[in-house]
Design a protein around this ligand. Structure first.
Ligand SMILES: NC(=O)c1ccc[n+]([C@@H]2O[C@H](COP(=O)([O-])OP(=O)(O)OC[C@H]3O[C@@H](n4cnc5c(N)ncnc54)[C@H](OP(=O)(O)O)[C@@H]3O)[C@@H](O)[C@H]2O)c1
Length: 279
């Protein structure tokens, strides 16, 4: 794979996205970083600049298709992206005694984790195909491999991301655009910290970023980690469904409800003009 020049990361203000941005930050690299929290985004941008990268930081909500398309088109026109990492995401779920997830939280997570991924990737499909090069990385999850009773909506979104990655790969790789799906296990981040559960194989965000970066550089179609949990989850699909349900019923997990966060003020949504954090 040729050396990277320009990388877009969504959800770069925290956790895995922040670690991925910093892992790629180096002289000769332009990073375009999307998040919503101005302070955290500015801090990541400053750290990446200290490592020698040029940084464009945009406070853009991934749920806002029009703002995303405008910001991505403008930053792609400056230094064409050779890698986009659709990472931004939230979680929501249930305590063991709850019957169903809050409908607003379900809509919020679908808007962020699923539509937000489309809003990130769609603006770059045609430009990358025209250039006959580029890489699209989507951050999935072990929860995308099998429905989990304590976070149904999260599973919907990640299963959707997995299906989308597989479908894109079949179409775009013929045109020179690589599509990589990351199937992530437990990574210590604020999102993951909000969940009460056993977290086998948990790693730090920096370790996860290193694994993901290596897999992306090799152009892998699927980048799963940790391997033991990935294989167990894949094998879990082969055992009788009711047996799987019984096993999962014995696992004690609480995932908090994540509501819709307040939308940004109008002028911030345009990102590029208002970020004040560029370069
Ligand atoms: N941590 C894990 O164990 C784990 C496992 C499997 C998969 N994943 C996936 O990895 C990805 C990153 O998660 P993380 O654990 O690093 O979580 P995190 O630390 O909470 O970071 C989430 C990032 O997404 C951004 N974000 C959320 N909603 C957004 C929106 N509407 N518009 C723009 N940015 C938005 C946040 O930015 P602001 O706060 O600035 O809005 C933040 O930068 C997610 O897709 C998650 O599902 C995580």
């Amino acid at each position: 794979m040729t050396a990277r020049r320009s990388i877009l990361v969504t959800g770069a203000s925290s956790g895995i996205g922040r670690a991925l941005a910093l892992a790629h930050a180096a002289p000769g690299i332009r990073l375009a970083l999307i998040g919503r929290d101005a302070g955290r985004l500015a801090a990541v941008a400053a750290e990446a600049r200290e490592r020698g990268a040029r940084v464009d930081a945009g406070r853009v909500d991934v749920r806002d298709r029009i703002a995303m398309a405008a910001w991505i088109a403008a930053t792609d026109a400056e230094v064409p992206f050779d890698l986009v990492i659709a990472n931004a995401g939230i979680t929501t779920g249930l305590a063991p005694d709850q019957l169903m997830e809050a409908p607003e939280a379900v809509r919020a997570i679908i808007a962020t984790n699923l539509l937000g991924v489309l809003n990130t990737v769609e603006p770059l499909i045609a430009p990358m195909c025209e250039r006959g090069s580029g890489q699209i990385a989507l951050i999935g999850s072990l929860a995308g491999l099998h429905g989990l009773p304590y976070c149904p909506a999260y599973c919907i979104t990640k299963a959707g991301v997995h299906a989308y990655a597989e479908a894109l790969r079949g179409r775009l790789e013929r045109r020179g655009v690589i599509v990589s799906l990351v199937v992530a296990g437990f990574v210590k981040t604020p999102l993951n910290d909000s969940i009460t559960a056993m977290k086998p194989g948990e790693i730090s965000d920096a370790q996860a970023a290193a694994v993901i970066k290596r897999g992306l550089e090799k152009g892998r179609a699927v980048i799963p980690f940790p391997w033991f949990l990935y294989i167990l989850t894949v094998l879990g699909r082969l055992i009788p469904s009711r047996l799987y349900d019984r096993i999962m019923a014995g696992v004690d997990v609480t995932v908090p409800t994540t509501g819709e966060r307040a939308a940004l003020g109008g002028e911030d949504q345009t990102g590029r003009q208002t970020s004040g954090m560029k370069r």
